[in-house]
Design a protein around this ligand. Sequence first.
Ligand code: ZN
Length: 370
Amino acid sequence: MKKKSFIIALIVLLLILAGCGREKENVPEVPDNTDENAVEANQQDKEEGKSEQEQKEEEGTDEETDPVASIDLSLEPNELGEIMILMYHGIGKEESVWQRNYDNFRSDLQYMYDNKYQMISLNDYAKGEIKTRAGYTPIILTFDDGRQNNFNYIEKNGELVIDPDCAVGILEEFKEKYPDFDVTASFFLNSSAFGQEEYAEKKLNWLVKNGYDVGNHTYSHYELATLTNKEIIVEIGSVNNIIKKSLPDYTVETLALPHGSNPKDEFLQSILQGEYEGNGYKNIAVLDVGWRPDYSPFDILTNFTSLYRVTASEINVDNCGMYDYFRSYENNKRERFISDGNPDVVTIPKRHEKHLNMDMVGDRKINIYE
Ligand SMILES: [Zn+2]
């Protein structure tokens, strides 16, 4: 009997620790006094023979008072600063407007890592679930058109391996080198997923299993403004159904508009929600093509049905390329989102208070400082 209650206490302790975790599993542990205190208190409680209910109540109070106090304001957290959604297309040898050279892509990633950017998924952005480390800025990588050079398999010594120079190969290289980079990306697909038809299902499953996302880029890549409501539903629904065939448990909830072309106002609803051949779809984030960083998900200015993107190129970008914005942040000409390190707290400088979208903040705690 004693053994049993010890096991229950241990499970409760593990659950509590998991709930307090502020970072993804692959991030090295950062010293955190709160968690240590919780462990100590819990051990003490066990020794004093307190009931689980009593323990839970005490921990509840801790959770209510501690998170805000433990935020390091010297890092100048600003969770109403801007977040960039980078728009890549191809990755290859030649550099052009719609293709990034593979070594330039490596330099982009190195720049981000060296300058305290950490990747998050578009889906987490759309839900306001920012798990970025304290003092770091979230950044989102997207790839359009499902090109083979985004995810390419090659044969090496009779074995099928990921091409080290395709987008996924390079992302994996950085994931291994910097486990705390939180490497992830969203791949937006049309009728085919990354060429190599025979490996399509294998690739989709590999992506989701390894922490990437897939999104909808419509079946034929037509400008949606030129289509009827019925045609739009077919364009979105059929891609959704193709992905569902390979990934029955995965929900596609993001859409990148081909050519950044918005449908006519009266058809807007059909890009957000619809049903095609018996399967429903629901998009929580819709992406345009250009030309600037996004606001924080907690900013009243954010429109999740028409999100901006920044072109991940240095050619023909008219001062709107990724490095133009990187420099603006370095020179303090624009303000980037700086995480407080706790996804359950929204920390902002007082000067931005009026921008706070309380619906998005939801149950999270607000921490405003001068
Ligand atoms: Zn496209």
